[in-house]
Design a protein around this ligand. Structure first.
Ligand code: SAH
Length: 273
C-alpha cells in the first residue's frame, strides 16, 4: 500500500502541527488538596503528549505521593509551575476553559468536553495574527470544585457529560479524559501509534507478491482436485477476502508459497499424480 497518498492516513506534516498545538496547552489545577492527584495529572499529561502542568497554591507540593503517582512522568511533575493566583497561571493565554461538574447560574451553557477540546486545539493551532496562542484547561479543587470567581476568570465553562445522577469525576480522571480529548482533536482522531516493530514482522507484501500467491494457491487447489475451475462458486473470492483481512507481510507470503511448493513437489514426485 502506498501510505504517502492514502486518504486514511494523516498528511506527513500533521503530526508536527499537532505536537506544536499540544505544547501550547496548559493544564491548570486550582488549589489541589491531594498530592496523589497532582502526580496522576502529570501522568495523564505525559501519556497524551502534553507537558505543561500549572499548580495554583497546591496544598502539598512537592510530595512523595505526587512523585509516586507520576510514575514515568517525573519530567512533567518537576517542570510543573507553581503560581500564587489563577491570574498568574493564565497570564499570556488567549483562551481558557473552566472544567466544572456543576451548573452555574451565570454565563452561557457549558461546552461539552469534546467540543471544548476541538475549540482549544483550534486556538492553539492558529497563528498569532489569527488569534492563536497559548491556551489553558482549568480544573477545580477535589472537594469544592472551582469557585465562581475562578470560573469567571475563564473564557468558557466546560462539562464532561457524565452520568447525570453521578457526574463528579476524580480530579486525576477528569484531567486524563480532557487530555485524551485534546490529543484526539490535535491528531484529527488518528493519533500516531508506537513505532516499535512487532516481533517477527516484515515489510508488507506488495500487490505483485500477493497476486503471485493467489495464482500459486489456485494452481495447487486445482491440481490437487480441491477446486474445480469450471464450477468456481465463491471459493476464490472467499479466500481472497480471508487473506486481505490478514494484511499479509512479505515473509508470510513466502511461507505460504513455500508450503504450496512443498505440496506441489509431493504431488508430482513418486506416489504423486
Ligand atoms: N465536588 C466538586 C467536584 C470536584 S471534582 C464540585 O462540585 O465541583 C474536581 C474537578 O474535576 C472539578 O472541579 C472539575 O474541574 C473536574 N471535574 C470532575 N467531574 C467533572 C465533570 N463531570 N465535568 C467537568 N469537570 C469535572
Amino acid at each position: 500500500m502506498n501510505t504517502a497518498t492514502s486518504p486514511l492516513l494523516p498528511s506527513p506534516g500533521a503530526a508536527d502541527t499537532a505536537s506544536t498545538a499540544l505544547a501550547l496547552i496548559r493544564i491548570v489545577l486550582c488549589r489541589p488538596s491531594h498530592p496523589g492527584n497532582i502526580g496522576a495529572a502529570a501522568r495523564a499529561l505525559k501519556t497524551m503528549g502534553l507537558s505543561r502542568l500549572v499548580l495554583v497554591t497546591p496544598k502539598l507540593f512537592p510530595d512523595p505521593e505526587a512523585t509516586a503517582r507520576a510514575a514515568g512522568s517525573q519530567d512533567v511533575l518537576e517542570a510543573a509551575r507553581v503560581c500564587d493566583t489563577l491570574d498568574e497561571a493564565l497570564d499570556g493565554t488567549v483562551m481558557s476553559l473552566a472544567l466544572s461538574a456543576r451548573k452555574r447560574e451565570v454565563g452561557p451553557p457549558p461546552l461539552p468536553a469534546r467540543e471544548a477540546a476541538a475549540a482549544l486545539v483550534d486556538f492553539a493551532s492558529r497563528p498569532d495574527e489569527d488569534g492563536g496562542g497559548e491556551v489553558a484547561l482549568v480544573f477545580g479543587n477535589e472537594t469544592v470544585g472551582l469557585s465562581n470567581e475562578e470560573a469567571m476568570r475563564c473564557s468558557r465553562l466546560v462539562t464532561i457529560p457524565a452520568n447525570p445522577s453521578y457526574s463528579s469525576l476524580n480530579l486525576g480522571a477528569a484531567v486524563q479524559l480532557l487530555a485524551w480529548e485534546v490529543r484526539m482533536a490535535a491528531y484529527a482522531g488518528r493519533p500516531p501509534e508506537s513505532t516499535v516493530a512487532t516481533p517477527f514482522s516484515s515489510p508488507v507484501a506488495t500487490f505483485g507478491d500477493v497476486e503471485g500467491f493467489y495464482a500459486h494457491l489456485e494452481r495447487v487447489m486445482i491440481d490437487s482436485g480441491f477446486h474445480n475451475p469450471d464450477q468456481p462458486k465463491r471459493l476464490v473470492p472467499k479466500l481472497r477476502r480471508l487473506f486481505a483481512r490478514a494484511g499479509l507481510e512479505r515473509d508470510e507470503v513466502n511461507i505460504l508459497r513455500g508450503l504450496l511448493s512443498a505440496v506441489e513437489a509431493k504431488m508430482s514426485g513418486p506416489g504423486g499424480k
